[in-house]
Design a protein. Sequence first.
Length: 274
Amino acid sequence: MELKTTRYEIDDGVATVQLSRPKRRNAWTGRMHTEYRWCLAQANDDPAVRVIVVTGDPEGQAFCAGADLGALEGHAEKGRYDAGTTEDIATPGFGVDTRFDATFAYHFGLDKPMIAAVNGAAAGVGLVLAAYADLRFAAAGAKFTAAHGRFNFPAEFGLSWILPRLVGVTHANDILLSSRVFTAEEALAMGFLNKVLPPADLIPHVVDYARTLARTVSPGSARATKRQIYRDLHGDAAGAVRESEQLLEEMIRHPDYGEGVKAWMEKRAPAWRG
């Protein structure tokens, strides 16, 4: 696929997806969504990729400023919502669990950990993208907002489900009912972010963190653990225990288990087979 609104690169086990419409503050469009899902599909299927990072083009001075205003005007003119995508859009993460087979919920079905490096404003869809990442790091002073209230929209793309699970009902109500702007520092205090860093340190920190995951965590463990986390959010404690026991029986037979033990005992980096 020709990438016009995103950039995609792989380095040392880490795939970086950059939202890139710098003249529009990396605003979201149907074309960007199409390219974004294509990039995720490439990363998810590539055995050389262990971790995925999503960030914004720094020239756009934002992570993602939400839906493009042209798209919002188009919705009003048509009198209906138009996602701007076609039926042949890539489906990364689909087929793992029917509860993940929906827009943005597909992140939960990806095989690999995903990190959002929020290097600027994250509004509307930008907040959604950050919320569905597995880990979130942000630049100091970055601003967030759900934004939907000012457009007579509902809470978008499952934010009403995921935000209470990330920050609790009290903070989720504040974010969603007010659509107010809040800062990275507030988001950290709420528990939405893993860490806030000086802007110049954000990407180096995230890349180093991602490479550490790629080197030290077996691909099978990362995949199984991620699926446990999101399936268990929909389930119960006993079901989580039973599934973990079943996975343990299966995964202990994989060569990466023996390799992990040997590497630990020999004080060396593991050579994962994946």
